[in-house]
Design a protein around this ligand. Sequence first.
Ligand code: URP
Ligand code: ZN
Ligand code: ZN
Length: 464
Amino acid sequence: MPLLIKNGRIITATDDYCADIYCENETITRIEPSIDASTLPADTEVIDASRKYVFPGFIDPHVHIHLPFMGSNAIDDHESASKAALVGGTTTLIEMICPGPTDEPLAAFNEWNDLASPSSAVDYTFHMAVVRFDDLAQDQLKSIVAEHGIASFKIFLAYKGALNLDDSDLFDLLTMAKDLGVITTAHCENADAIDAMQSKLIAEGKTGPEWHEPSRPVSVEAEGVHHLATFAELTGAHIYAVHTSCTPAVQAAVDAQLRGVNIWVEAVAPHLVLDKTYAEQPDFVGAKYVMSPPLREKSNQETLWHGLKSGIISTIGTDHAPFNFGDQKIMGKDAFTKIPNGIPSVQERIDLIHTFGVLTGKIDLNTFVNVCSTNAARIFGLYPRKGSISVGADADLVVYDPNAKHTLSVENSLSKVDYNAFEGWEMTGRASVVTVRGQVQARDGQFVGTIGRGQLLKRKPTHF
Ligand code: URP
Ligand code: ZN
Ligand code: ZN
């Protein structure tokens, strides 16, 4: 059905103007100061966006949905995670495919895609994690890029023995990625340092969630960023440091940028609005706030906001990784090292950043769109189909009411996880209408769309 969005204030990464938007056959076909609805097909759906913003659909470049990890499985499926994303204004998800060290990459790609394809209500693509790099894996990775349109890898310098890649494989993988024009996203924390620190703390009887941060301090993350950047410098590969949490890690990335390394930096919503005191709450409540890299001293948040404002940091994702408190986080009751890591926020990201970033003046509206949508589209080969409001782009649109007040809570969450890390927080701003390729999929916090509408977005390598 054709769609007309009237009287909205269109905000993109660069522009801010009032116009009407007409969409047909899944794409935007007209953007004009005023489009007369009476001249359009009779079945056109008309949405009045008076006193509202119209944003390009938001992109979350870092989510985990199907995630076998730390002896458990993340609790969402593609239906619940994509519904949660949609009501929060996110229309494209980039999920990490995280196979185990003995799994074949192609089998993992098929496993993840077979789960997403019938169930996702948003468009999606994947970062392909590289946890083994033998000849078979190399061949399969090449075909995943060429035949399935997956133009980004993911590597872990952390999670020793489970996901981390050693230095010789790191060098060879980045050499291959450069050759293929594929960008490599990376979790930058030194696995061996963490392993040693964790053993020491546990041996000293320091077992609670409050010891998670001291076991992987800022220096460990900064070393990880520097380490990755050194290998990128040697190979010429393009790299993207995910969930950068602290000043020393951002500084390591800036130093690399100044040396000419092609490095992009991601922040994630939890690090921008939560600090380490949340993980220090008594009675194991802090376990809800255990993620890696950990929540930091509050002072690091200023660096992240300044980095976003200045362009040093390109994107805000979530690192949505949902593990229940009641039956999953609890596995680490006697040792913080066994708490499944993750803080879910795929539904909350946009309202958190609007409330705490835009309304406080930390970032302006154009930067908001840039870091929550457009830059991810550019970096990961989706632009201008995604991340823009332009004729020919996919009609992924968010009509956003900047004055709507609502409260975050587990009851209002469409994720399956049994807690909300932001329980009771008052938000100003909410998506009132969200479309995916021209079809309304969410309205005022409710999913109203079609499960399985989401498509795999095939991408071409652009990072030569
Ligand atoms: O704590 C986190 N971040 N959990 C998900 C896995 C990862 O490292 O991204
Ligand atoms: Zn990570
Ligand atoms: Zn992650």
